[in-house]
Design a protein around this ligand. Structure first.
Ligand code: BGC
Length: 771
């Protein structure tokens, strides 16, 4: 037998052993030092941050050679046959380096799937599961054990820098998509890590931010999706967030991580910190934050000191290690799996393309401008048509092999593109891109090529020569910074002018303007939407962007996405804009030089439970596009509502395709609860379903089941979930503002569940009320 094969077989035999061992027996064999090493990761090199006093150092030597570019590894202990466990981001694809020093000549590209806000717009749980499975396969093949995703923080404000990584303003939609995704990932044997637990909804000063939030808003909005995802998919790991919650860092918060998560919810996996989160390693250990990532020498020393002087009991480490090792034992590495280093990139192209399609939302389609005729002559405008944004930056980015722009997608489909225009753009994009210096650090925002301007005569020529103008508007964002209002949420003056000029020139020839929104989060649409004949929200749709968009533009597929978030008229219409993204406690404080640190700040969630549509609908504030909204190339009719009430409430109805092309519909169940002890939002999403592809004339019976307990509200004073008695209205709708069928239901008052008083704000907090 050749020596290499022999060593491999021996390693497999050694490492697969750990998976079967009793966890307590493993822990019993460890010294205190080994227990501490296992409680923290093996450190991280941070590209772009010079080594020095403030750059955290690896504690035990890096095991980064395992999988280059992975975010972290755990400490291997040969004595108990424990291999290093590999953790890699992120929500849009496996984030690892494309080359490895130990594998010269080989590449390790991963598929860039659509970003989270796109996936949730599909409202398709099976699709989320399918995407999760593709992540699972790529993780397995590339040697990853834990995916640091999915992320289900709430889109609390349009400016959230990482909203593209998050699913929705609604916790039910976010939780259901998360559960589908996690079930897919874990079905393939890759561990999922749901993050960032909890109330991490802004990026500014994120490591020094105190989120002040009512118990009710926490329970009903910010924790709810996590609870749902845990109940339905049992993620192996949870990542605690950077911020403080009502005065205590999430990672140091035993009310959050032990009393609520373990004792109340019964969660059995383990908790890791976000990278370098929190300040007090000993408090983190006590709180039940089992693993500190990526691991620093300072943390090792602090824990060691606390064990030596008796302020931290070794039994706490044992408790934490039990949770961690129980999860590790399920991993590829512990089972002795040998990654092939080659994955199904070819097969996953179609998975990514199909998902991108399902997540796109048709916002406007005047005079049925879309789909375009296959021989339509197209004038293609906008930097983002030529450099289409596949995803955001930071740990949510993916090192993909390629990305198809709108231009390339249309070219692939052999449509008639105005070549005079595309040639000018190709030169312009090249020249402008060359002027932009490369980013100093990988997580900084990508700089986009500024919009090109056109003269009236140039536009007039194009309008004469073509049948339609398409303009793609691009936005990008990422970690560490939130977006801003001027020129980001809002359009720049150049962009507005271009839309207006295109409208003028093309309308003069009786030709339409189509706008594609290539964005990760919400942008302003109200001031310019009248100038566009059609608007298609393509989000940041992953590496197959251009191909998927072309399928929709040409009617090879029918749009079936709906908004997971409200598009307001103005930023300030959103009540969270009043306090987003928090204010520094000391107004004169200067930003620390280390980008990993922030200015101590506070963000008071004064809007309470009135997040997203819960605010706009209840307070009757007009919006540009409502939650749950999205058009199709066909039409649907709803009928035959039946409600049966018992231990569960069962709601069934028929959806029929009444148009002339095949399509899928997303049906949404909203419930209006009677005002009782507690005030309520006017409506809340409680369940939803997406039909199969219905041919014209075909129909589908949909049955949605809800647990009456899910209609309860949380009473901050009684620390209990209360179901008020009275008449509940159930409406089946195709978006929050458009009810199709209605029924009422009488429900008796009950206290559903009493809880401990947990995560209570330090000072009395007045939140928005309609009374
Ligand atoms: C992000 C996490 C990510 C981690 C590891 C942090 O900056 O907040 O979402 O998983 O880095 O890359």
């Amino acid at each position: 037998m050749n020596a290499k094969i022999f060593i491999l077989i021996m390693l497999l035999a050694v490492f697969s052993g750990v998976a079967q061992e009793d966890t307590q027996k493993l822990i019993d064999q460890l010294s205190v030092d080994e227990k501490i090493y296992l409680s923290i990761g093996t450190g991280m090199d941070i590209p772009g941050i010079p080594a020095g006093a403030e750059a955290p150092q690896a504690v035990v030597g890096s095991t980064k050679s395992e999988v280059a570019g992975a975010a972290g590894t755990s400490y291997p202990i040969s004595k108990i046959n424990l291999p290093p466990i590999v953790f890699a981001d992120g929500p849009a694809g496996i984030r690892i380096d494309t080359v490895r020093p130990q594998a010269p000549g080989k590449t390790f590209y991963a598929t860039a799937f659509p970003t989270a806000s796109s996936l949730s717009s599909s409202w398709n749980i099976e699709l989320a599961q399918q995407i999760g499975q593709a992540f699972g396969i790529e993780g397995r093949d590339y040697g990853v054990d834990f995916l640091l995703a999915p992320a289900l923080n709430i889109h609390r404000n349009p400016l959230g820098g990482r909203n593209f990584e998050y699913y929705s303003e609604d916790p039910i939609l976010a939780g259901e998509i998360t559960a589908g995704f996690v079930n897919g990932v874990q079905a393939e044997g890759l561990g999922a890590t749901i993050k960032h637990f909890v109330a991490n909804n802004s990026e500014t000063n994120r490591t020094a931010l105190n989120t002040v939030v009512s118990e009710r808003a926490l329970r009903e909005i910010y924790l709810r999706g996590f609870k749902l995802a845990i109940d339905k998919s049992e993620p192996w790991a949870i990542m605690s967030s950077y911020n403080k919650i009502n005065g205590t860092y999430a990672s140091e918060n035993s009310e959050l991580l032990t009393d609520l998560l373990r004792k109340e919810w019964g969660y059995e996996g383990f908790v890791m910190t976000d990278w370098f989160a929190g300040l007090d390693a000993v408090a983190q250990m006590r709180a039940g934050n089992d693993l500190l990532m990526p691991g620093t020498e300072v943390q090792f020393n602090a824990i060691k000191e606390a064990i030596s002087n008796g302020t931290l009991e070794e039994s706490i480490l044992d408790r934490n290690l039990t949770a961690t090792l129980n999860a590790y034992k399920k991993t590829f590495s512990c089972k002795g799996y040998e990654p092939s280093g080659v994955t199904d990139l070819e097969g996953h192209k179609m998975v990514a393309r199909n998902a991108a399609l399902e997540g796109m939302v048709l916002l406007k389609n005047e005079n049925k401008v879309l789909p375009l005729k296959s021989d339509a002559k197209i004038a293609l405008y906008g930097s983002a048509s030529y450099e289409t944004i596949a995803g955001g930056t930071g740990s949510g980015d993916v090192n993909k092999a390629y990305s198809v722009s709108v231009f390339e997608g249309l070219k692939n489909a052999n449509v008639h593109l105005d070549q005079e225009l595309t040639s000018i753009y190709e030169v312009y994009m090249k020249e402008e891109r060359a002027k932009i210096p490369p980013k100093a650090m990988f997580f900084l925002k990508d700089e986009l090529v500024p919009e090109k301007t056109w003269t009236e005569a140039e536009l007039a020529r194009a309008a004469k020569a073509n049948d339609v103008a398409i303009f793609t508007l691009g936005r990008t964002s990422g970690e560490f910074q939130d977006r801003i209002e001027a020129g980001d949420f809002e359009l720049t003056a150049t962009e507005l002018e271009l839309i207006s000029d295109l409208n003028k020139a093309f309308a003069a020839e009786g030709k339409p303007l189509v706008v594609l929104l290539n964005v990760g989060g919400v942008t302003e649409t109200n001031s310019w939407k009248a100038l566009a004949d059609a608007i298609l929200l393509i989000w940041q749709p992953g590496q197959e962007a251009g191909n998927a968009i072309t399928d929709l533009l040409l009617g090879k597929a029918n749009p079936s996405g709906k908004l997971p978030v409200t598009f307001p008229i103005a930023l300030d219409d959103n009540p969270s804009s009043k306090n987003f993204p928090g204010i520094p406690l000391d107004p004169n404080a200067e930003k620390p030089a280390n980008p990993l640190q922030g200015i101590p700040s506070e963000e008071i969630y004064e809007e309470g439970i009135y997040v997203g549509y819960r605010y706009f609908d209840t307070f009757e504030v007009p919006v540009s596009y409502p939650f749950g909204y999205g058009m199709s190339y066909t039409t649907f009719e709803y009928s035959d509502l039946q409600v049966e009430s018992g231990a569960t409430i069962s709601v069934s109805f028929i959806v029929k395709n009444t148009g002339s092309v095949a399509g899928k519909e997303i049906a949404q169940l909203y419930v209006s609860a009677p005002e009782g002890t507690l005030e309520k939002p006017s409506k809340e999403l409680k369940a939803f379903a997406k039909t199969a592809l219905l041919e014209p004339g075909a129909s589908e019976t949909i049955t949605l089941e809800i647990n009456p307990e899910s209609l309860a509200s949380y009473d901050d004073k009684k620390h209990a979930w209360i179901l008020d008695g009275g008449t509940y209205t159930l409406s089946i709708a195709d978006n929050i503002a458009s009810s199709k069928l209605k029924a009422t239901l009488e429900i008796e008052a009950t206290t559903v569940r009493e809880t401990e008083a947990l995560l209570v704000p330090q000072n009395a907090l007045n939140t928005l009320s309609k009374n």
